[in-house]
Write a protein that binds this ligand. Structure first.
Ligand code: GRF
Length: 317
């Protein structure tokens, strides 16, 4: 099993979502662990629970400190704890732009509404007043705007006749507790998902001049428009369980050299011959800079001379 992702949770009070994340993390198969629970209130009840569960805690009031100043204290704590990700769970502080930038793409929040509806406070009453059939909760990536940023997952919760804000909130909270840990687990393992890898390959490949994507032999395949192919993405082809990228090599003996140097990662793709090489993507710790270089080198092998000339000119700038 891969090393667990290290998650820090920021709370302001009760911390029931933090507790849900923490208990889910006790499962052997959970891909994350909680390394720190921090609060902007040293008396936050959630800190007591986390400490009792053997988790490192940090509590300090933000009072009297400038927003950026306080955030940099929290940031230092997150780094000292070795956190890879931050989960906001009822953290009632607006974040400074510096802090958001520092954790960009690695910080999630849970919000008790079906975003983009009802950002901010008082969400339950607003959903009831609007006569909505459902309220719910959302987990999203944190960006500079409050309760904005890409939504990763949502759970709709039916509004019952006679629901008050409190009765609705209590039911949504049950949904929150399940949604958050599941979504966090999927998020920290997303780079191991074939779909994520394909999208990454696609982004790099289609950024190359005159590149296009087709399906070839049942696999996503990248080539020069009306020209030769420079990459195949293989995912469990004929049930082999392998996720890999096939690219053209750049020298006659390169395939053998690569396989010899790293036989765990490189292989000779069946039916492709000696001037292609397979790069396994399912062995963990993928070096995407290197994979990008390989894709571009492969493209160069098949690109028409005229396009290559244009690329070289562009490279000089
Ligand atoms: C939750 O409803 C959460 O969605 C919102 O604040 C509440 C925090 O509750 N952001 P808890 O501290 O997790 O119990």
């Amino acid at each position: 099993m891969m090393a667990k992702a290290r998650v820090a949770v920021l709370i302001s009070g009760r911390g029931s979502n933090m507790a849900a994340l923490l208990y889910a993390a006790k499962a052997h198969s959970c891909p994350y662990e909680i390394v720190l629970v921090a609060a902007n209130d040293p008396a936050a009840p959630g800190l007591v629970l986390a400490a009792a569960e053997g988790i490192a805690t940090f509590g300090q009031s933000h009072k009297g400190l400038k927003r950026a100043e306080f955030d940099s204290i929290i940031d230092a704590q997150l780094r000292a704890a070795g956190a890879d990700y931050v989960a906001l769970a009822g953290y009632m502080r607006l974040l400074s732009p510096e802090f958001v930038r520092a954790w960009e793409g690695r910080m999630l929040n849970i919000h008790p509404s079906l975003l983009p509806k009802y950002k901010g406070l008082d969400t339950h009453q607003r959903a009831i007043d609007a006569g909505d059939s459902h309220a719910g909760c959302s987990v999203h990536i944190v960006t500079a705007e409050l309760d904005d940023g890409p939504v990763l997952a949502q759970t709709p919760v039916a509004i019952l006749p006679g629901d008050s804000a409190d009765s609705l909130a209590a039911r949504i909270l049950i949904a929150e507790h399940q949604l958050y840990s599941r979504t966090l687990a999927a998020f920290v393992t997303r780079e191991q998902q074939p779909e994520w890898m394909l999208n990454r390959v696609r982004e790099i490949a289609l950024a190359l001049p005159q590149a296009d994507e087709v399906i070839s032999h049942g696999m996503p395949c990248f080539g020069i428009e009306k020209g030769k192919k420079f990459a195949w993405f293989t995912r469990d082809h004929h049930g082999d369980g392998v996720v890999a990228l096939l690219v053209k090599t750049t020298a006659p003996d390169e395939q053998a050299t690569l396989i010899e140097a790293d036989p765990d990662r490189y292989y000779r793709p069946a039916y492709f011959g000696d001037d292609w090489v397979g790069i396994r993507l399912d062995r963990g710790a993928n070096d995407w800079d290197h994979i990008g270089d390989r894709l571009r080198a492969s493209w160069r092998q098949v690109a028409p001379k005229k396009l290559l000339g244009l690329m070289d000119i562009a490279d000089q700038f």
